[in-house]
Design a protein around this ligand. Structure first.
Ligand SMILES: [Zn+2]
Length: 116
């Protein structure tokens, strides 16, 4: 066994990375499970799991890819001012403003995984 400081700190680093990765994948699985029940938006998921909306978005993009055979539903974002639906929008993030009335009061898109 090699007890030099270098290899000890290196193996510590590796296990730390694996731990982080494990934690991330577990979280992703939990988010996916939550989405099998109800439509949720970015803010709701971020509050539910105590992570940033940006992190939720990253998880969602992976979840969307991994569940494609079962169906990932997106309830499109809509303008609170004029009711415009952002149906053609492929991105999962919330649009900044309405293309029709220029309002910035946008209801965020909501996500759900279809049950089999
Ligand atoms: Zn509008």
């Amino acid at each position: 066994m090699d007890h030099s400081g270098y290899s000890i700190s290196k193996s510590w680093q590796n296990s730390e990375d694996n731990l982080k990765k494990d934690k991330m994948l577990t979280l992703r699985k939990k988010i996916a499970e939550a989405l099998e029940g109800d439509f949720l938006d970015l803010r709701e998921i971020s509050q539910l799991f105590g992570i940033k909306e940006k992190e939720v978005l990253d998880h969602l993009m992976h979840i969307e890819k991994s569940v494609h055979h079962r169906g990932f539903s997106v309830d499109p974002a809509s303008c609170q001012q004029c009711g415009f639906f952002f149906k053609k929008r492929a991105r999962l993030s919330t649009p900044g403003r309405c293309p029709l009335c220029k309002s910035e009061h946008i209801s965020p898109p909501r996500f759900k995984i279809n049950n089999e």
